[in-house]
Design a protein around this ligand. Structure first.
Ligand code: ADP
Ligand code: MG
Length: 370
């Protein structure tokens, strides 16, 4: 029997410092999706947060390095209809309503990976790929995430956080942080990714500059003890029964895996997939990846990142609910090494979105006390 084509919205761009990186992931996901199975509705979100239904998706193919494109050109402004049955509408004449069977948010960073867009999709009853609202928000917030790891007794770097209004700019506060965490240490905005405004600092003066830089991008900053170790990552997919990939390794050719090493310097890092590791360590990493995934209640997909120290300690660094999704990104490559091709992986992720929506629809919404 001929399967019905799925109308799939692909969300990309976003009100985030990682806007340009998302365009690249979206470009590659769209390329890999089977057009016989999916009718693709490409939706670009601009930096102001407006949603644009793209008529000319080929423009994405012209992007080679992270860069902006004028999303409002050759496109129609649209909005979701809250409370509707999976519908969005165009905001200018001729008005048009269109149903979405599912949405694949390919948005990195705030307003996309942090639960905000997920909440809008929930409100419009649209099944979507990936983590739901709370797990997305937890994973985006490095402080909350580390508090959960601490609570669960899972290994993580010692950390300290500071809110902007509590920062008085005096060195005594920073000296206390150095006394607690040592030098070098890391300074990062608490709720961003892609190493934006992330600094490895060696001196008090550098720490002060780094904090002030990080506060330009977020109202909360996290400080962490420097962990010397190999950077190992592990992919996970699934809802109730998640599965982990063989781990991969990122060899960083800079002082750390900075924005420049990730996106600007094409020799900034190299990957070994699968990572060269003894079977016992692979097993521990997979186990920790699954434990972390379930700890934050993730569904769909995530990439869990670790440090492996020379003493073979495995330290959890972070969990990304929307990892990079270009064919050369670690997440799809780790799945490939584990026996799942990129197109099959995307099909599985979309199936998982429907599976979750179906399970959710079975919950009673009218309460009958017993
Ligand atoms: N505590 C730490 N010890 C050692 N390196 C770190 C630490 N925290 C971050 N890094 C380095 O900075 C990079 C980016 O930090 P990360 O916490 O992964 O943030 P992002 O969400 O921006 O990727 C890491 O891949 C690693 O190279
Ligand atoms: Mg990271």
């Amino acid at each position: 029997m001929q399967q019905q084509r799925i109308t799939l919205g692909i969300l990309f761009g976003g009100k985030s410092q990682e806007h340009e990186i998302s365009l690249i992931s979206a470009r590659d996901v769209i390329k890999q999706l089977d057009r016989k199975r999916y009718e693709i509705i490409p939706i670009g979100i601009d930096r102001q947060g407006h949603w644009w239904w793209q008529d000319n998706i080929d423009r994405l193919n012209q992007i080679t390095t992270p860069q902006s494109i004028p999303l409002h050109e050759q496109s129609r402004a649209i909005a979701l209809i809250p409370g509707s049955t999976q519908t969005f509408m165009t905001l200018n004449t001729p008005y048009e309503k269109k149903r979405l069977d599912a949405v694949f948010p390919i948005l990195h960073g705030p307003y996309g990976e942090d639960g905000t867009v997920q909440a809008m999709l929930e409100g419009s009853n649209i099944p979507y790929v990936g983590a739901a609202v709370l797990s997305s928000a937890i994973s985006m917030d490095k402080t909350i995430f580390k508090c959960l790891l601490r609570d669960a007794g899972l290994p993580h770097a010692a950390f300290h956080t500071l809110r902007k209004e509590a920062y008085r700019g005096n060195t005594a506060d920073l000296e206390m942080i150095i006394a607690a965490l040592g030098l070098p240490c890391f300074v990062k905005p608490a709720n961003l990714g892609s190493s934006i405004a992330t600094h490895k600092v060696y001196t008090l003066t550098q720490l002060k500059t780094a904090v002030e830089d990080a506060f330009q991008y977020a109202d909360q900053v996290i400080f962490e003890t420097f962990i010397q170790g190999r950077e190992i990552e592990c992919g996970v997919i699934g809802n109730d029964k998640p599965e982990a990939t063989l781990p991969g390794e990122v060899h960083v050719h800079h002082d750390f895996y900075s924005y420049a090493a990730k996106y600007l310097d094409k020799n900034g890092a190299s990957l070994t997939i699968p990572a060269e590791l003894p079977a016992s360590i692979v097993q521990r990493i997979q186990q920790l990846a699954l434990q972390t995934y379930q700890l934050v209640g993730c569904q769909g997909l995530a990439r869990v990142d670790f440090f492996l120290t020379p003493k073979e300690e495995i330290i959890i660094n972070e969990l990304n609910t929307i990892p990079g999704l270009t064919p050369i990104s670690l997440f799809p490559k780790m799945w490939e090494a584990t026996g799942v091709s990129f197109p099959d992986l995307l099909d599985k992720l979309i199936d998982l979105a429907f599976e979750r929506a179906k399970k959710q629809s079975l919950l009673k919404i009218d309460y009958t006390p017993i």
